[in-house]
Design a protein around this ligand. Sequence first.
Ligand SMILES: *Cc1c(COP(=O)(O)O)cnc(C)c1O
Length: 455
Amino acid sequence: MNNHLIAGKTIKQWKKDYPLLEKISSTEEVFWENPNYLSFGKAIPNITLTEEDIQKADERLHRFAPYIAEVFPVTRDLNGIIESPTVEIPEMHRCLEEMFQQKVDGKLLLKCDSHLAVSGSIKARGGIYEVLKHAEDLAIEHEMISVEDDYSIINSQKFRDFFSIYSIVVGSTGNLGLSIGIIGAKLGFNVTVHMSIDAKQWKKDLLREKGVTVVEHTSDYGKAVEEGRKQSDLDSNSYFVDDENSINLFLGYAVAASRLKKQLDEMNVLVDQNHPLFVYLPCGVGGGPGGVAFGLKMIFKDHVHCFFAEPTHSPSMLIGLMTGKHDKISVQDFGIDNITDADGLAVGRPSGFVGKTLENLISGSYTVDDQTLYALLTSLIEAENIRLEPSALAGVHGPVQLFKEAAGQKYLKDKNLTQKTTNATHIAWGTGGSMVPEEVMESYYQLGSGIKNND
Ligand SMILES: *Cc1c(COP(=O)(O)O)cnc(C)c1O
């Protein structure tokens, strides 16, 4: 067993080369500083995606805005643009300092992707974007629309009949399926979502109500994706949303950055040489947090410091980045079970595409225990009356970890930031939660209360 090779080495050799793997495989909370981090100027020549690609995605979302405003009336206030608020959470800031006995310098903000219209999670960015792009490609190819048209014409029987010839298939732990299913069904596509074992019942029920076919798997995310891909490949009219490799998903997420910049300007939040921005992104397969981080680096360059956050039982992106093996290595290879209540993050093998794109841009990564996620969930409700799903709380723990952990302190020192932390802004990316049914949220809240009171 001990001689078994993982990506060319035994476990013993891996642990010798990367001592942090010892703690990671014991599912202890860790903080990792990325030794491959490079300045923006040095990192960017290695990356093929550009600012222009993100801009094109943004323009496409604007073309679809009149359609979105018509079919999802809640988006009318923002003229059909699906965007979430960014808010300061000072009570939670105080609460964090008290809970963890750790001073957190700077300002703490929450990006409320939990409250994104249509599907209530960060997947309303990438997932919806990818389906819209596919719909546009088909409609243009069949000369049903041109980019100069008012896209509200897509809200018609003619278009729904046209799209009904086509299928869309996706594998998901829940939220991506929700996004793809809701927008896909609205346009008229036949949508099939392959759900991993982690997917919550209410997410499957909601999709079936919308006429989406849900296939339930008793295996984890990787297997659900594999089965979905197989099914889709059998049908030439079927389009597979490839969460592990999709550039379109990634670009849909990346659009978040320019919109955040505008919000920060409106809030008079400075980001520059002396005012660092720290962003903490809950990470599953990597597309969502990776896309957002990529967009942020394009705008704020060396002044933004992005960290991925994962459950202690699913640290797949961390292991992929640290070993440089990306999708060639999984948490199960190290005896980690990939079982976590943070369903959106329950991914055992990360996206190789995202890992390679971000390997020089991401500042580091850390893990959070499920118990901590629940305690934070309850605290955020009590402090700010904001309800997030367990996965989304992974980001909220980031500022504490940065200051508390030796590797976090070292990062600040290495980047000459120690003297600037009082001017810093921390953004926890609140990736999901507003669609969680009330009784499910109440049970999360009770769990978190129990954990907090036992401490
Ligand atoms: C999917 C998801 C994430 C992570 O996104 P990936 O693209 O899988 O890395 C984070 N939080 C929530 C709530 C999610 O649903």
